[in-house]
Design a protein around this ligand. Sequence first.
Ligand SMILES: Cc1cc2nc3c(=O)[nH]c(=O)nc-3n(C[C@H](O)[C@H](O)[C@H](O)COP(=O)(O)OP(=O)(O)OC[C@H]3O[C@@H](n4cnc5c(N)ncnc54)[C@H](O)[C@@H]3O)c2cc1C
Ligand code: HEM
Length: 378
Amino acid sequence: MLDEKALDIVKETAPVLKEHSHEIGMRFYKLLFSKAPELYHMFNQTNQKRGGQQEALAYAVYAAGENINHLDAIRPLVMRISEKHRALGVKPDQYQVVGETLLQAVKDVLGDAADDEVTDAWRAAYKYIADVFINIEKELYDKTEHAPGGWLGFREFIVDKKVPETDAVASFYLKPKDGKPIASFKAGQYLTLKAAIKGEKYTHMRHYSLSDAPGKDYYRITVKREDAHGEAPAGIVSQYLHKKVKEGDILEFAAPAGDFTIVNNDLPIVLISGGIGLTPVISMLEMLVEKLPERSVTFIHATANSSTHVMKERVEQLAANRDNVRSYVCYEKPAEEDIAAGSFDKEGYIDLEMAQINFAKQQSRFLHTILLMFIIKE
Ligand SMILES: Cc1cc2nc3c(=O)[nH]c(=O)nc-3n(C[C@H](O)[C@H](O)[C@H](O)COP(=O)(O)OP(=O)(O)OC[C@H]3O[C@@H](n4cnc5c(N)ncnc54)[C@H](O)[C@@H]3O)c2cc1C
Ligand code: HEM
């Protein structure tokens, strides 16, 4: 642990660093990629171009600094990051170059305000925080490797089936090339794809939620094709998956990861999703119906209209003849045939009124115990 003086400095300066985390983050990545260009393969280069992600790492270090003597308070954040690091293959020795570069970026951005006392205190704080991550990630690597069917790093999978769901969304059924068992997963977890695409300078890592129930001899992911829009170019990996990858092709994935999973109890659950954000919650719904058929589930989904509505029939099938499973659909721009068929419950967006009506249909004594799963993606 840090000495008293260093602790005081870290806690005092953390808010200032948080305030500058965007600038520090920008400088940090510039320095990092010049020192360790191999990291271009690991970090999402589109996130780098779009901005927004640059400050995430620096911000998390400063948030940890603020909580340094009670890191348990931010354990959920630490676990989420560590799960992602494990999926991406972050190694203990990489913490050093990241730490040194972050300190350099702080000095470059803050100038004289980051004197020796401040940088020494943060060097010690970073080491302490990095060790927490390294230890958690070591446990995650061990667990992943030793789980039945588990593996370290990336494993080859054959695209066994590629099934269109809508015009812009397709499901990929993946079987391991080595024919051996695959690790089970918790509904809500994701696979990480390492895509080496012909003509691309770097490999691209992308995460895809597992969209079927656990316990099968395949994994399924369901991917939306990101087309060019306005100034934004088309998405690199989703275009590749949709346009180039065909049945029989090989793709490389890291073992299931992620902490966005269902709390194991028998309380009613409300799953809310928008667009392709349906993927983890459809996995949860499949799992609940299969493994916990008594649990009360409300499935609320919003999308543009029936032409973009992924797995509509499957959700209807799961809700049919089950009093404890309810499905509500919200269409932003219903088509004429949707209106004629009455195939949705509300026009527009999910709002509090809709949510309240649906919650009120559940027994009121449960109202305060509802678990909300919010995943809204563009
Ligand atoms: C935990 C997790 C689970 C996920 N699960 C799923 C899932 O189940 N299904 C799914 O389809 N996706 C899922 N995603 C998203 C997925 O990982 C990818 O981000 C998605 O497929 C887009 O990747 P891409 O390479 O096609 O697009 P990218 O090339 O990464 O581009 C992303 C977006 O940025 C825009 N863009 C690109 N360059 C610029 C620029 N210079 N300026 C402005 N905009 C730009 C693109 O038009 C595109 O819309 C998940 C993400 C996470 C983190
Ligand atoms: C204590 C040190 C670290 C902290 C606090 C930290 C924090 C974070 C955070 C907050 C994210 C975003 C998570 C998310 O999107 O859900 C992230 C992502 C990531 N981290 Fe770390 N990180 C640390 C060290 C490292 C190291 C040593 C590496 C390896 C070089 C690394 C590589 C990555 C990568 C590749 C991503 C994904 C980012 C992207 O592709 O855009 N991190 N980290």
